[in-house]
Design a binder for this molecule. Structure first.
Ligand SMILES: Cc1cc2nc3c(=O)[nH]c(=O)nc-3n(C[C@H](O)[C@H](O)[C@H](O)COP(=O)(O)O)c2cc1C
Length: 195
């Protein structure tokens, strides 16, 4: 099975990144993680644990690989490396802007650029609110290039009771967008109420 790249950038929503990596590893999908400096700050702020500590736990898994953000010679920086696709979760407006303009100054951006040029799946989970016209234009540019724009919005009709419920929904949506599942699990699908 070809690996999935998980890019973690410095927007709010570190829990979504953690849960995505854990879901992929639970499924024994080869998982390659690259994380920006800003994402490490947000990780500490939101999850109250250093990213390095989580990384150490993930590194015990045989299907897990991590490359430092400055490692531009990593295999995922080349289109010749076989890869099933990439998700950037959460996706900051800074990384979104760079991707929309073909800037590839770190490994996350380069790996995303490779997905775009090779026409592989690229799933972006943008987290910002409100968003201005440049954010929207960058999202439109990337959507037109084939990226899937998957904002982490709750399915209110499912009546989520916790942040975990919302994170779970988003991660399952990401699995579908990456082509790992054909559809959402039945309990996350909209059902007409019988009343
Ligand atoms: C606690 C915290 C939360 C942040 N939340 C967001 C956010 O939700 N969306 C966003 O676009 N930027 C957010 N930022 C700002 C980004 O981290 C900043 O723009 C950074 O330069 C992004 O760099 P990166 O794209 O290389 O990760 C946040 C920063 C901090 C410290």
């Amino acid at each position: 099975m070809k690996p999935i790249v998980v890019g973690i950038s410095g927007a709010s929503g570190a829990a979504m990144a953690r849960s995505t990596v854990e879901e992929l590893l639970r499924r024994e999908v080869p998982t390659i993680v690259v994380c920006t400096q800003a994402a490490r700050l947000v990780w500490q702020e939101e999850l109250e644990v250093p990213f390095s500590q989580t990384l150490a736990q993930w590194q015990e898994h045989p299907h897990f690989t991590h490359y430092p953000i400055g490692h531009l010679r990593a295999p995922i920086a080349s289109g010749t490396f076989p890869c099933a696709g990439m998700v950037v979760i959460p996706c900051s407006m800074h990384s979104m802007a760079a991707m929309a303009h073909g800037l590839a100054s770190n490994l996350l951006l380069r790996a995303a650029d490779v997905c775009l040029k090779e026409q592989r799946r690229l799933v972006l989970v943008p987290r910002e609110t409100p968003i201005h016209s440049i954010h929207l234009e960058n999202m439109l540019t990337l959507a037109r290039m084939g990226a899937v724009m998957l904002p982490p919005q709750p399915a209110f009709y499912l009546k989520p009771r916790s942040i975990d419920d919302v994170v779970h929904f988003v991660v399952q949506r990401v699995m579908v967008a990456l082509g790992l599942d054909e559809s959402l699990p039945a309990e996350l699908q909209y059902r007409e109420r019988e009343d």
